[in-house]
Design a protein around this ligand. Structure first.
Ligand code: KG4
Ligand code: ZN
Length: 341
């Protein structure tokens, strides 16, 4: 089965081809970072417009790179949410129109399921059940994964997501967007132990996270050391230390609580080497295996969407290709404007 994956939920246009026998046979990501950098964050309308420009050319390039043509496709997977509505609509319309024209199934994919399953694209994938730590720009979650689609959220962030905390901290330290890679680079030059930041919500039971207090603590420390040019690197390191330690404490707790023997870590922040080192050391101690996506599949990409879609198509998922118009529509099914039914 050959599945085309299309990702347009935020600021990356990602397209990939997944072959159920050969794995990912081609993938392309176009990052809009250059467009949004001058605004210090993603501008939704600019994101949608750029997805319109890039999605179809990327599909052509990806097919060409794999030596495939449209009629070779057996299905199309697209990110249907969560994400920016305009951006999602671009990928959705392209995917569903193509699928309609080719008379093949289209399948809506949950962006976070894409991240969650991305380490399974590895040569040595973990078997389910496993614990998943999802750390992206929009979400931070610990999930008990029993099977594809059988997910129990054990804990999540009550405020900022981990990636968001990296991005905001980077801004405070005068670094560019996106902040994660910039903080990682700066932290590598910091002096260990100069500052110690709090490990939020680790002193009480539970598996939820909170990063906004840590962000404020970081800002106050940065303000108090504006005169010291070396402080930024030490602050970046103290921030990363606190984030990594928090994840180590919560993952240890979740693994002990569930008895699961494998940990999957995915989403943009899983590219962070210091986080990987901390979690791998923890996993060794607990005799648990730990799995990350390939670096190129940590941040948003089409490969994870193609793969998640292929899992769903293999399980029999099929969607009607219409856009929801209703030729027969009893008027008494209407609800008052704004009411939910
Ligand atoms: O998964 P992703 O590409 O998009 C969302 O689904 O949100 O994650 C993007 C986030 C950004 O906040 C970015 O700063 C963070 O991942 N990120 C990193 C690193 N690379 C990307 N955070 C820490 N260290 C990194 N190396
Ligand atoms: Zn993502």
């Amino acid at each position: 089965m050959l599945v085309l994956g299309i990702e347009t939920s935020c600021d990356e246009t990602g397209v990939a081809l997944y072959d159920s026998d050969r794995g990912i046979v081609a993938h392309q990501v176009y990052s809009q970072v250059g467009i949004h950098a001058e605004y210090g964050g993603v501008v939704p309308e600019l994101a949608s417009r750029d997805h319109i420009r890039k999605t179809v050319p990327l599909i052509r390039q990806t097919l060409a790179a794999a030596g495939a043509v449209l009629t070779d496709l057996d299905g199309i997977a697209y990110t249907a949410g969560p994400g920016l509505v305009g951006a999602l609509l671009v990928g959705t319309s392209v995917a569903r129109s193509l699928a309609f024209a080719l008379d093949i199934p289209a399948v809506a994919v949950h962006h976070m399921e894409g991240h969650l399953l991305s380490p399974l694209l590895d040569d040595d994938p973990p078997a389910m059940p496993f614990l998943a730590l999802l750390v992206s720009g929009g979400h931070t979650m610990l999930v008990d994964v029993r099977a594809v689609g059988d997910y129990t959220i054990l804990g999540e962030s009550v405020d900022d997501a981990a990636g968001e905390a990296f991005d905001k901290t980077a801004k405070m330290l005068g670094l560019g967007y996106p902040g994660g890679p910039a903080i990682e680079k700066l932290a590598a030059t910091g002096t260990p132990g100069r500052f110690r930041f709090p490990r939020p919500m680790t002193n009480r039971p539970g598996l939820d996270f909170s990063f906004s207090g840590l962000k404020t603590f970081t800002l106050n420390t940065a303000d108090a050391h504006r005169e010291d040019p070396a402080a930024a690197a030490d602050i970046a390191l103290a921030f990363v230390d606190a984030v990594v330690d928090t994840f180590v404490i919560k993952c240890t707790r979740a693994l002990k609580q569930t008895g699961l023997k494998a940990l999957v870590v995915s989403g943009g922040v899983s590219a962070n080497k210091q986080l990987r080192a901390g979690l791998s050391a923890m996993a060794d101690k607990l005799d648990v295996s730990v799995h990350y996506p390939r670096f190129e599949f940590c941040t948003d990409n089409g490969a994870m969407i193609a793969y998640a879609g292929a899992c769903r198509l293999a399980g029999g998922a099929a969607e009607a290709l219409g856009f929801g118009v209703r030729p027969r529509w009893p008027i008494d099914e209407l609800a008052a404007p704004g009411s939910v039914r």
